[in-house]
Design a protein around this ligand. Structure first.
Ligand code: MN
Ligand code: MN
Length: 497
């Protein structure tokens, strides 16, 4: 079992502006390129975004390119600071000093002009720590942010960035855990521990309870595995009041392994399918951070967990299953399992009547075909909520692009079997990200604003056995929740009408 613990690395602000902290082992200096910036050209370093160049001196220096000043946005700053963190970590591999390594870093101060101090400090802190966490280091590293006023604003942003980095790392480690390490049952046990340590309300429905309650769709996805499905529910209740409806509910796809079921994937398509639980991992990681971040609104998280295998008892192509909502689903293709199990989780989440629901899932390959490996697809039935999700993504620099909620394609999710409501396979090989969203929307009553985030591309890096998770979506969802403290979805809808 891999260790899934918080990183020992940390960040803080030095009280003396633009100097090195005590015992500094490395100085990280950010440099813009372009006509208006004091670019340092140090062959081969020219300040291009995310370029890093180590130089000599005492302490040694690491130059980090930030690109053109006019282009500096949250995503670019995050990418540059992550590159810096990775380079710091790479330079420290195998060195054991027996004490904390201090690294002074001016990236937040340099980018504060473009992003504003609060945002720059938070993004740089989270990103450098994320980069550092790419390696297991023998000594903890403290990033000393220099060149900044050491006031409450900076301190709060450093703290928030540190908490975010921990949540991103948790999502990565959970997603990277292999299918035999995090079965639905073990995942639920792990979620219970995380809920306990982060002060979350917790409930796990086991397979007997799921059967009694009528989770026919979730059970159908796990029917071919000896590992029974689970539905984990966690709640962040700042007022300790379980009866208050959540300001938002998050639902994350948790397929702990997707073999395709009887509609079996090819061996190469199956490699890395232990990551098909990334959505659930992201939701759990976000929930784990809310208390420390001091969020003031109640939030609920739902993790439908199942293993999609073709074993004895597996759902067959053509089987009709009755979902929790009462709607019937014709399972045309058992590899289109994500939407089937999400159907029950969305219906269950809706019963608690949250003010909004956002789901996140590695759902369709076609979202990645449309938007490439970096950009996630956002599809909203509610424009105000979709705009709020988009703003959160833009603010933190996790790129999302909105695709249409295309009701014109509704025919593609209707079953032609007599008396059956829906089918899980659209019957065509185009527009599948859109029809998947239409399918999911069937399980959220129209009075609840709902948006869907399809993230196969940006969730994973590398290929084959070297695939690894990015934790994409953690920072966006945290920002979304924070934004709901100021404006509820209901208020936004009224404003936009
Ligand atoms: Mn599948
Ligand atoms: Mn899947």
């Amino acid at each position: 079992m891999p260790q899934i613990d918080a990183s020992p690395n940390s960040a803080s602000v030095t009280s003396t502006p633009r100097t090195d902290g005590p015992g500094t082992a490395l100085r990280v200096l950010g440099r813009f390129c372009g006509p208006t910036s004091p670019v340092v050209v140090w062959n081969p370093f020219d300040g291009t975004a995310a370029q890093v160049c180590a130089t000599g001196g005492e302490p040694p220096r690491l130059l980090v390119g930030l690109g053109e000043p006019a282009d500096a946005d949250p995503e670019i700053v995050h990418r540059c600071a992550t590159a810096a963190g990775r380079e710091i970590a790479a330079g420290l591999i195998g060195t054991a000093r027996g004490h904390t390594v201090n690294v002074s870093c001016d990236l937040a101060a340099v980018t504060a002009g473009a992003l504003g101090r609060r945002r720059a400090v938070r993004i740089v802190t989270a990103a450098v720590l994320e980069g550092l966490d790419s390696q297991e280091l023998s000594d903890p590293v403290t990033i000393l942010l220099t060149g900044l006023p050491d006031d409450a604003t900076t301190q709060a942003a450093v703290r928030a960035g540190t908490i975010e980095a921990r949540a991103v790392q948790l999502a990565q480690k959970l997603t990277n855990a292999r299918a035999n390490q995090l079965t639905p049952t073990r995942f639920a046990d792990r979620a219970a521990e995380i809920a306990q340590s982060s002060g979350l309300w917790f409930r796990c429905l086991d397979d007997d309870e799921l059967r009694e309650l009528g989770f026919g769709a979730l059970l159908a996805v796990g029917a071919g595995s000896q590992e029974p499905p689970r539905l984990v529910e966690v709640a962040y209740l700042p007022d300790k009041d379980d009866s208050v409806p959540a300001a938002i509910a998050l639902v994350g796809k948790g397929v702990t392994f997707d073999s395709g079921g009887l509609s079996l994937k090819t061996p190469s398509a199956m490699t890395g399918m232990f990551t098909d639980k990334a959505g659930a991992c992201v939701v759990l990681a976000v929930m784990s951070a809310l208390g420390e971040l001091g969020v003031r609104v109640p939030v609920r998280g739902y993790l439908p967990l199942a293993e999609n295998l073709p074993g004895c008892g597996a759902t067959r192509p053509g089987d009709i299953v009755t979902s929790l909502s009462g709607k019937t689903i014709e399972v045309v293709d058992t590899d289109f399992e994500g939407r089937v199990m999400m159907a029950d989780a969305l219906a269950w989440a809706s019963r608690a009547n949250p003010a909004a629901i956002v789901d996140i899932a590695t759902l369709t390959y076609q979202a990645m075909i449309a938007l490439g490996p970096d950009i996630g697809a956002l599809i909203g039935r509610d424009e105000a909520l979709a705009a709020q999700v988009q703003r959160a993504a833009d603010t933190v620099g996790e790129p999302l692009w909105q695709l249409p909620f295309a009701e014109r394609y509704r025919d593609q999710i209707r079953s032609s079997a007599p008396g059956v409501d829906l089918r899980n396979h659209p019957g065509t090989d185009v527009g599948r990200a859109l029809t998947a969203a239409l399918f999911l929307a069937e399980f959220v009553p129209t009075h609840i604003p709902w948006a869907h985030v399809d993230v196969l591309g940006p969730t994973l890096r590398g290929s084959g056995p070297d695939i690894r998770a990015t934790g994409f979506g953690v920072r966006m969802l945290i920002r979304l929740i924070e934004s709901l403290q100021d404006e509820s979805v209901e208020q936004l809808r009224e404003l936009s009408q």
